[in-house]
Ligand binder design. Structure first.
Ligand code: SAM
Length: 277
């Protein structure tokens, strides 16, 4: 059953496909890898990999081109047909199984995969226990689940300024311009994640919080903060005013080379499990 939240996500991604990859692909962790590359490397030993909420297929393309060799089975699932249309255009994904669908009801076979990744998508999903049960079913025993989950903005930089300016506007927006609550907040904390995934047979997650450096030109930093779903339904005049105020604050933070300091945090969780039935 499609939920109101999923309806919102589908509509948003139809209008803004690729929004996450464009905002986050250039983000660098302390060792220089992007959050997509960090997930790719967490399933480097897996030969049959599923990407849940794969969006425009950036992570799938990295998996297909990984140094250890492409997985023999590579699949991606997303609610959004428009995101998947972009994934289908990626040259590296000609043989990837891309499906429109809900993570709560996977159309894949029991034990079809030995790795499952999900970048910035799992925490948006409702009915978390159903998602966990489905991931456990399609993963073979001993399979690896590796996910990146939104963990907020880095302090003292432009992304934090954006939120300080934007939150009151999001809260004051008329009901018709507010977004539904998205996903399950438990999936943004280690204890909550384990509370959902352990009953589905997963071991306690390895949990790490990483800062992504998204410092860059003002235009690109605006695109990064533009991933906030709340901006979607906002009155365009309010968004324009927010952008002007944000750009003024951000410009005052500019580094000597003109770039705007900006950072976001992600939790990286890896858990071993899989029932295959
Ligand atoms: C923030 S975007 C991330 C996209 C991509 N993983 C990336 O990081 O570039 C979240 C994606 O999850 C998908 N999604 C959210 N809930 C879903 C669900 N229940 N089943 C399948 N896909 C879902 C959305 O359609 C959207 O494409």
């Amino acid at each position: 059953m499609t939920t109101l939240q999923e309806e919102f996500l589908r509509t948003f991604h139809a209008v803004h496909p690729s929004v996450t990859a464009r905002a986050m692909a250039h983000g660098k962790s302390a060792d220089g890898r992007s959050s997509y590359e960090l997930l790719r490397d967490r399933v480097s030993a897996c030969d049959r990999v599923l990407d849940l909420g794969c969006g425009d297929g950036l992570l799938l393309e990295l998996l297909a081109a990984r140094p250890t060799g492409a997985p023999s089975v590579l699949a991606g699932l997303d609610l959004s047909a428009e995101e998947l249309a972009l994934a289908r255009r990626r040259p590296g994904l000609g043989r990837t199984d891309l499906r429109v669908g809900r993570a709560q009801q996977l159309s894949f076979s029991d034990a079809q995969f030995d790795g499952c990744v999900s970048h910035m998508a799992l925490m948006l999903m409702s009915e978390a226990e159903r998602v966990a049960a489905e991931v456990a079913r399609v993963l073979a025993p001993g399979g690896t689940l590796a996910v990146a989950l939104g963990a907020g903005v880095a302090g003292g930089e432009a992304c934090e300024s954006f939120l300080r300016l934007a939150r009151p506007l999001f809260e004051a927006a008329p009901a018709a311009q507010q977004i539904p609550p998205l996903g399950d907040p438990r999936l943004r904390t280690r204890d909550g994640f384990d509370a959902v995934f352990r009953p589905a047979g997963f071991a306690p997650a390895e949990w790490e919080t990483v800062r992504l450096d998204l410092t860059g030109p003002l235009e690109r930093v605006w695109r990064t903060v533009g991933t906030y779903y709340d901006l979607g339904p906002l009155d365009p005049a309010v968004t324009a005013e927010l952008r002007a105020r944000f750009e003024a604050e951000a410009a005052a933070m500019a580094l000597p080379d003109g770039r705007i300091p900006c950072g976001m945090k992600v939790h990286l969780a890896t858990a071993v499990g899989g029932r295959g039935a």
